[in-house]
Design a protein around this ligand. Structure first.
Ligand code: GAL
Length: 665
């Protein structure tokens, strides 16, 4: 079953409109809506006084049209009765300014009074809805995030540190507080890394980022505990923000949930260009990777986005294309944001499927047409999953540490990871995004970009992966720091040196925009330009695949390959331009004989879902022109139910789902 629906805010509309909305939703093939995630003041108008009558009626109207409900706990937007005259409940930003009332997500995530009220509303909702058969699941809060730097968080940070380090001696040693006389003699002396601290200790700063992440995990856990206890038959999710969001360790946040969902706005609200398809694909892969299971899109863009100013309208076919792209990457639910565009409030211009006047127009027609398609293909997608031999490792510890010290003004961890993902995407190779704790068995190729923070056990795990036959691609600035963000006292890449069979003799941080040509060694065919950073390598057991072509390290090794156990370890000592990353990726894929399922133009995305050994091949034309894909065997397109081949013709923004065979089985 594909869950299909919208985020609906019945509290924004006259009750006599609800039945018409539900009817239109039913006609569009909806079977689910998300409700109430910002309705705290409607559900609890005064402390401890609950009113669920309106929500019950809305759920009844929807249920009468075959639509079930995911309920959001409303804790992202606490009401005035809780926040008024209590500045201590508000989040303090990194620049030491305190948030004030009037938006959302303005709360301090550690404050006990906020937490008490958050638990109480979650408990009241759980009591009221646990036995309602039309409520199938819960979304906790909305898009957790934002770091708080208040005194309350500072005290909680000190407690968190005490529990981890036990003694100040250990903490002082791990952080190297002897530097600039920062040796702490009482836990209360430990600060939070405010921007006005001039420059903070990297160990403290990384731990603070971990602490805030853990704080949201524990905040979420308080509601999970309530819902698990009272609503054991309803699933629990949270709406994440895709690959780009970088303030929480999403692997930790996902761990206790049943389902990951995320919010996908391909056109954002800043540009008229949709996000590159590879970037959307990376978000889908990351969201799937958090639990290594299928996911939902809980907010899928359905109209013009914007708050004060507005972005471009989704082009005809895009709403459908974005939905199929998500499904191709493992989405089992597509929920649009939002049903109808709000007439008031901060998001008057963040458009939904219907405009302010509630009339169904082009976007509704596209959504409804997709709804009937999904009903036809749902059975074929049943129990299908994505599967691949290629993974990339995402380390939030390294991501946090690079936020503190990017090393080079042009270095961005997320962009570096994306560059490799995009190179694989151009080759039509499916990729899983996995975390440091993932089981790596089953993968043949693992790309590990800039694994800057490297705990001993992760180094051992990578060694074991290669020893057993895996291929790892490591890149520059790996193994630089230990778990505490202290630089290691051995040649780089530190604990990975034996695996790489090479060490970094010296490095160079390149000035903005400058580059060094890369020259293939032997017949490796690896070319392009080194950018941002150059590690000058000394091979020990490794073979040299490419060298630098200018500057004082001209002719010295830049990229190496080491055979280790039954596998191989590549080390790429630079960030590199697109040509370089493409040629490295092509080299590794061909060494492992990993091939794309179909040969297709670059802007036609190919992605697979599998049912046992039966693949369903999604072909997604992201371009605004017609595209052709040559097929080597007969297929049936599940959407049209027609045989296709020997050439598949995709109209602009067109999609096909190919099942092997001459007829549909
Ligand atoms: C999401 C959020 C929604 C809505 C939407 C449009 O990030 O979860 O509540 O605000 O963006 O801004």
């Amino acid at each position: 079953m594909i869950y299909y629906g919208a985020d609906y805010y019945p509290e924004h509309w006259p009750e006599d409109r609800w039945a018409q909305d539900a009817r239109l939703m039913q006609q569009a093939g909806f079977n689910v809506v998300r409700l109430a995630e910002f309705a705290w003041s409607q559900m609890e108008p005064a402390p401890g006084r609950y009113d669920f009558a309106w929500l019950d009626r809305a759920i009844d109207v929807l249920a009468a049209h075959g639509i079930r409900v995911v309920l959001g706990t409303p804790t992202a937007s606490p009401p005035p009765w809780l926040m008024h005259n209590r500045p201590e409940l508000f989040l303090v930003r990194e620049d030491n300014s305190r948030a004030t009332y009037g938006g959302r997500r303005e709360y301090c995530p550690t404050h006990p009074l906020y937490r008490t009220h958050a638990r109480q509303i979650a408990q009241a909702m759980a009591e009221h809805y646990h036995a309602n058969p039309n409520v199938i699941g819960w979304q906790i809060d909305n898009e957790f995030g934002d770091r708080c730097y208040c005194e309350n968080c500072r005290a909680a940070f000190q407690d968190w540190l005490r529990a981890r380090y036990r003694t100040l001696d250990v903490l002082n040693r791990c952080w190297g507080t002897v530097f600039w006389s920062h040796e702490y003699t009482a836990w209360e002396q430990i600060p939070v890394p405010l921007a006005n601290a001039v420059i903070s200790n990297p160990g403290l700063d990384l731990d603070y980022r971990r602490f805030i992440s853990a704080t949201y995990v524990s905040l979420q856990q308080e509601q999970i505990a309530i819902l698990r206890q009272r609503c054991p038959d309803q699933f629990i999710t949270h709406n994440f923000m895709g690959f780009k969001y970088d303030k929480l360790d999403y692997f930790d946040l996902a761990e206790p949930l049943d389902l990951v969902t995320w919010d996908n706005y391909p056109r954002g609200f800043w540009s008229n260009e949709a996000a590159p398809p590879a970037l959307l694909a990376l978000s889908h892969a990351t969201m799937r990777g958090l639990k290594r299971q299928n996911f939902w899109v809980m907010e899928s863009q359905s109209g013009i986005t914007g708050w004060q100013t507005m972005g471009a309208a989704p082009r005809p076919g895009e709403i459908r294309l974005w939905a199929y792209q998500a499904i191709a990457h493992g989405a089992d639910g597509i929920v649009f944001f939002r049903w109808r565009t709000a007439r008031f409030g901060a998001e008057q211009f963040w458009h939904g499927i219907l405009d302010h006047d509630g009339q169904p127009r082009r976007r509704y027609a596209e959504v409804a047409a997709l709804g009937s398609e999904l009903q036809r293909i749902a059975a074929a997608l049943e129990a299908t999953e994505t599967r691949t031999e290629v993974a990339m490792l995402l380390s939030y510890d390294s991501r946090f540490a690079f936020q503190i010290q990017p090393n080079n003004p042009d270095f961005d961890y997320a962009t570096h990871l994306y560059d490799y993902y995009a190179a694989l995407h151009r080759q039509h190779i499916a990729v899983d995004i996995v975390g440091p704790h993932a089981d790596l068995s089953g993968y043949r190729m693992l790309i590990v970009p800039a694994l800057y923070i490297l705990p001993d056990n992760l180094a051992e795990k990578l060694e074991a992966f290669v020893e057993g036959g895996g291929t790892v691609v490591l890149t520059t600035r790996s193994g630089v720091k230990d778990f505490h963000n202290t630089v290691v006292d051995r040649p780089l890449p530190g604990l990975l040196s034996t695996l790489c069979g090479a060490t970094v003799d010296e490095y160079d941080s390149l000035y903005q925009g400058s580059s060094i040509p890369i020259q293939a060694a032997g017949n490796s065919g690896i070319t392009g330009a080194a950018t941002v950073w150059c590690d000058i390598l000394v091979p020990e057991t490794a073979e040299v695949l490419a060298t630098y072509g200018s500057d004082f390290y001209m002719g010295r090794p830049a990229i190496t390959l080491n055979r280790y156990g039954k596998g191989r370890a590549f080390y790429v000592g630079t960030v590199g331009d697109r040509r370089l990353v493409d040629s490295v990726v092509r080299y590794v894929l061909s060494a492992l004989n990993i091939r794309p399922p179909l040969k297709a133009p670059e802007d036609v995305e190919i992605a697979l879902r599998w049912q046992a050994d039966q693949p369903l091949i999604f072909a997604l034309n992201h371009s605004s022109d017609t595209r052709e894909v040559a097929l080597e065997q007969p297929y049936v397109d599940l959407i049209t139910d027609q045989p296709v081949g020997p050439v598949l013709t995709l109209p602009p923004k067109g999609v096909a789902i190919l099942a092997p065979g001459e007829t549909r089985s």
